[in-house]
Design a protein around this ligand. Sequence first.
Ligand code: HEC
Length: 245
Amino acid sequence: MGDLFWNKVAGVIIGGLLLVMVIREIGGILFPTPPAGELAYPVDADLLAGSGAPVAVETGPVDYGLLLANASASAGERIARRCVACHTFNQGGSSLQGPNLWNVIGRAAASYEGFNFSAGMRNYGAVWGFQNLDEYLENPRAYVPGTAMAFAGIRNQSDRMDLIAYMRQQADNPAPLPDPLPEEEDEASAENGEAVENGEAAENGTAETGDEAEAEEDEAGEDADDDDGATEEAEDETEDNGEEE
Ligand code: HEC
């Protein structure tokens, strides 16, 4: 082993490293890395943002008639405990941090005498009904920007319905419940009608329930004069259905 042995070893190692670096550089120049395109696994930006916004599952309008008919005011009274730090619900109850809520359904927002409402609520100014109350209680500050009600909201729809059913009762004259949406009515009337078994209507085996009910009505009311034109409509539909067969 000569004096320069370790120098040579070091030279070989350093030379090797240099070579690797040079090859990498050349490789980078010859085969440039394509710019990052779309993510192979796209991530939902909303999820990353963690907005926590409820995902809307309902399609179509909310059927308040149906929901409220099935709501429980006594369960709602328990949910109202979340409000009593700031509100009274009883007749003549005093206003606390928030206004007294007796008769609130049917009352114009921010109209309660002697309560100092926020500008946001005064600007809102609509009359409280089932739907806007529901939307307000789900997320007060999103629904009435600038509201002074420091309450996060009730995300659970059936809890809100129970609460609103209770609030409706805290009134001199509880507001009438809205009618359920028409489809529900059709189903109900089709249910209580006898199954369409005989006569022309039976030929429309494929007709929808609503049509069945109408067609049946048509049969029954053929000679009744109080039939307000529905007969003709039903006949038309019967013909249409017949053609399809
Ligand atoms: C931290 C206190 C607080 C809590 C808790 C609270 N509220 Fe309120 N609420 C207020 C205040 C303050 C206002 C007045 C809002 C404004 O002026 O913007 C208000 C306003 C309202 C209004 C509008 C009243 C009107 O006359 O226009 C309704 C309805 C209402 N609250 C219902 C509820 C219900 C139901 C709950 C329970 C689920 C609840 N609040 C919980 C403080 C509260």
